[in-house]
Design a protein around this ligand. Structure first.
Ligand SMILES: O=C(O)CCC(=O)C(=O)O
Length: 273
């Protein structure tokens, strides 16, 4: 019985893209956004421009990925992973049931993530997953991303279907996160990797290593988008795009990047180190 219910749910999740976006029925919302949505009024509408190349799985071979993007510029890949089951496991009710009592580690959302705070996962979901205000500082925003306890969460991460493109001489490492609308990570850089959104929408801003953006390391991405971005000249504009469930963004080594969650988002990065 339980097994067939699970199958029906998985089947419904598989067709979730055909669920009308306006539907308000609770079951329908669970299917569409895993139950994470906090209401239309808390979503940010502006998805911005998209000036990053986008490829479907069939249109980009591994060789073409290596030659055209791996060491030179970001790219968005569609349909390269099938995370139907992982998405089901990441619904709010399922994660609360499995991990509600576990402790998770949060980081402040400033460029250097100085502070770490440990909380119960259930408390994080109930009290800390709130929409970001434009005036909050990065040091006042607690972000759940990375610092994952792989021993406790391995049965979830084992179900993640990672992007199939690897870089020679690197091994993948996951960072999983959940964050409220308006939150994000301000500009920083590190090694190459992929980012996939499981629920919600995430806006990305990227600059090549030689074009460091102007930003305050303790101001949030929302503050940068609101106050600095509108004044940028054409030459100063970032590469940018909003990614949706089923899309994966690749960022090359040392590229500056910042993120802005437009909805409550569940996401996972695969770092290639
Ligand atoms: O997904 C995010 O909000 C942060 C991602 C990020 O900064 C990273 O993958 O390095």
């Amino acid at each position: 019985m339980e097994r067939s219910c699970g199958f029906v749910t998985l089947f419904l999740l598989a067709v979730q893209t055909s669920v009308p976006y306006e539907c308000t029925d609770k079951t329908c919302a669970e299917l569409r956004d895993g139950g994470w949505s906090q209401g239309v009024e808390t979503r940010l509408n502006d998805e911005g421009d998209c000036n990053i190349d986008i490829h479907n799985a069939e249109s980009l071979s591994y060789t073409a990925f290596i030659q055209q993007y791996a060491y030179s510029k970001p790219v968005i890949l569609r349909g390269v992973t099938d995370n139907t089951k992982f998405r089901f496991l990441c619904s709010k009710s399922h994660l609360l049931q499995e991990y509600g009592e576990r402790t998770i580690r949060l980081s402040t959302a400033n460029t250097h993530s100085y502070n770490k705070v440990d909380v119960r996962f259930e408390e994080f979901v109930k009290y800390l997953l709130t929409p970001q205000s434009v005036d909050s500082l990065g040091s006042e925003t607690l972000y759940f991303f990375g610092d994952n306890n792989f021993t406790e969460w391995h049965s979830l991460f084992d179900e993640y279907d990672a992007p199939p493109y690897n870089l020679p001489h690197t091994s993948p490492a996951y960072s999983f996160g959940i964050a409220g609308p308006g939150t994000g990570v301000p500009f920083h850089w590190h090694g190459p990797g992929f980012s996939e959104v499981i629920y919600g929408r995430k806006r990305w801003f990227l600059y090549p290593p030689e074009q460091a953006p102007e930003f305050h390391p303790n101001h949030t991405t929302l503050s940068w988008v609101t106050h600095s971005y509108p004044g940028l000249g054409i030459q100063q504009r970032p590469l940018e795009c909003t990614i949706h469930p089923g899309e994966v963004l690749y960022f090359p080594d040392r590229w500056w990047h910042a993120t802005l969650n437009l909805d409550t988002s569940v996401f996972i990065s695969t770092f290639l180190g």
